[in-house]
Design a protein around this ligand. Structure first.
Ligand SMILES: [Zn+2]
Ligand SMILES: [Zn+2]
Length: 318
């Protein structure tokens, strides 16, 4: 079968690979749709994972089941990591810090014609027969955004910094939840995309909000976010900064503005369940956040285009 691999120093290549072999209790999936995550564009992150089969925003149809509760033909949307649900970290809600979570993965990954969901991951694999594959593939990124939004607690006004695919997802889901949203984005092409979805966007902040979501993982975006935050508000950092990236902050200012800083890394079983429900009720559709529906062969070019900021987000339709 064919799959997409990131190779250090080379980039994304399409290769032939052996069919994945399900073990007892695992099940095999025929991939239908898999989107490229902006997290897979960060060179420092990909270089250390290389060689890495891309793809964790994925949906497909069960090909062979082994008494797992799914039948052949069922459409599923798994998380590539699954927490155990029983340990102390899981019980206190820190699901992504469960030791089982990081030890689990899809084999070989989502950007492959077929993949195996190991039995440990079945606890975070949902049935999505009632929605289109391109929407089902967005369960994982929607879960990450729902977690990010929950980190800010109660608020009415929100600022989203950056209108890449995750900024658009934040804006759409915040508006669906009834928040008054202002999005900040200098790129006119991205602002146009957002305006068509009814997202109010500006080049520079016109106000301060109770909650701020900073989507790009860099210092200028963080500074824009801090300037957009009302005293007593919460700023959520959605993406990682580069390793060792230090940011100087005026703690006297942060202290007297009574600001809360929060981070939001990935998502666990709780948010995945919320995301499946959000997608079923139509809170977000693939066309709102995916700009290019492509074939696997087009992925290397689309990867470079997304990295350059020329396209919003590609999704491979298998
Ligand atoms: Zn991702
Ligand atoms: Zn656990």
């Amino acid at each position: 079968m064919r799959l997409a691999v990131y190779r250090a120093g080379v980039g994304v290549v399409i290769e032939d690979a052996p069919e994945p072999e399900p073990d007892t209790g695992d099940f095999l999936v025929q991939t239908e749709a898999c989107a490229l995550c902006s997290g897979e564009l960060m060179p420092w992150y990909m270089e250390r994972k290389s060689p890495h089969v891309l793809g964790h925003e994925v949906a497909g149809r069960c090909l062979a089941s082994d008494g797992s509760g799914y039948s052949p033909g069922d459409r599923v949307a798994p998380h590539h990591h699954a927490n155990c649900g029983e340990c102390e970290d899981c019980r206190r809600g820190a699901e992504v810090h469960c030791s089982r979570w990081k030890a689990t993965r899809l084999i070989p990954g989502g950007m492959a014609e077929r993949f195996v969901i190991p039995r440990e991951n079945l606890s975070d694999t949902g049935l999505m027969n009632d929605v289109r594959p391109q929407d089902a593939a967005l369960v994982e990124p929607v879960a990450c955004v729902l977690k990010s939004i929950s980190r800010a607690g109660e608020f009415e006004s929100a600022t989203v910094v950056g209108l890449g695919s995750f900024g658009v997802l934040h804006s759409v889901l915040l508006m669906e939840a009834g928040a008054n949203v202002e999005a900040i984005e200098p790129n006119p092409q991205r602002r146009r995309w957002a305006e068509e979805l009814g997202i109010r966007s500006v080049v520079a902040p016109s106000r301060q909000s109770e909650a701020v979501f900073v989507c790009p993982g860099n210092e200028p975006a963080l500074r824009v976010g801090l300037n957009s935050l009302r005293p007593g508000g919460t700023l959520v950092l959605f993406a990682p900064h580069e390793p060792g990236g230090l940011v100087a902050m005026d703690f006297e200012d942060l202290y007297f503005r009574d600001i809360a800083l929060a981070f939001s890394y990935s998502a666990g079983r709780t948010e995945m369940a919320q995301a499946r429900e959000a997608i079923r009720r139509g809170a977000v559709r693939a066309e709102q956040v995916v700009s290019h529906f492509i074939s696997l062969d087009e992925l290397p070019g689309a990867y470079r285009a997304m990295q350059a900021g020329d396209i919003l987000k590609p999704m491979v339709m298998f």
